[in-house]
Ligand binder design. Structure first.
Ligand SMILES: CC(C)(COP(=O)(O)OP(=O)(O)OC[C@H]1O[C@@H](n2cnc3c(N)ncnc32)[C@H](O)[C@@H]1OP(=O)(O)O)[C@@H](O)C(=O)NCCC(=O)NCCS
Length: 145
């Protein structure tokens, strides 16, 4: 993601009810050149993005979203696979994320992509008062034959 992506990113981010990020939050990640801040474009249209923070050998997925025109078409799985590959290449062994207990589409997606529930964070989302489910996925490094 670069500053040129911000307008389209914020349009998508504005549609989420779960702790939407501000322009400054994205800008901070761009300025510190976070390699975990990735956008996806189809024919030059920004259709989605994710952001993770690398902490030692762990990745914390902080944000992931698709444009509403592109949801429910299996693209979430593509984004999550890309996330897994990127983390593996960076030597990350564990991905962690929080998801609202009411976000059934996201929970279903994460389970399909190999994430398992490891805890609950009570009233994690200030706006809605929802609890968050803490999920993790362990990444197996490819063994050298
Ligand atoms: C969460 C998100 C990235 C998922 O991506 P997606 O491309 O829409 O998800 P998929 O199409 O891969 O669908 C995932 C599963 O949910 C199901 N699903 C999709 N839309 C659904 C809906 N409206 N109602 C019920 N189930 C639905 C799909 O059928 C699929 O299950 P299946 O593989 O058994 O068929 C996307 O919906 C999104 O951007 N949501 C808004 C932001 C958000 O909530 N981010 C997550 C924060 S933790």
């Amino acid at each position: 993601m670069t500053e040129d992506d911000l307008r389209e990113t914020l349009e998508i981010e504005g549609t989420t009810i779960y702790s939407p990020w501000s322009r400054d939050m994205f800008l901070r990640e761009i300025e510190r050149q976070n390699p975990g801040l990735i956008v996806f474009r189809v024919e030059n249209r920004l259709i989605g993005y994710f952001c993770f923070w690398k902490v030692m050998d762990e990745a914390h997925l902080m944000n992931v979203s698709l444009h509403s025109d592109f949801r429910g078409k299996g693209l979430g799985r593509f984004l999550m696979n890309y996330l897994g590959d990127t983390c593996e290449q960076m030597g990350i062994s564990r991905i962690l994320l929080e998801v609202a207990e009411t976000n059934h589409v996201a929970i279903k997606l994460y389970k399909k992509c190999g994430f398992v529930k490891v805890g609950i964070r009570k009233r994690f989302y200030e706006q809605t008062g929802d609890d968050a489910i803490l999920m993790e996925k362990l990444i197996q490094a490819h063994s050298v034959p």
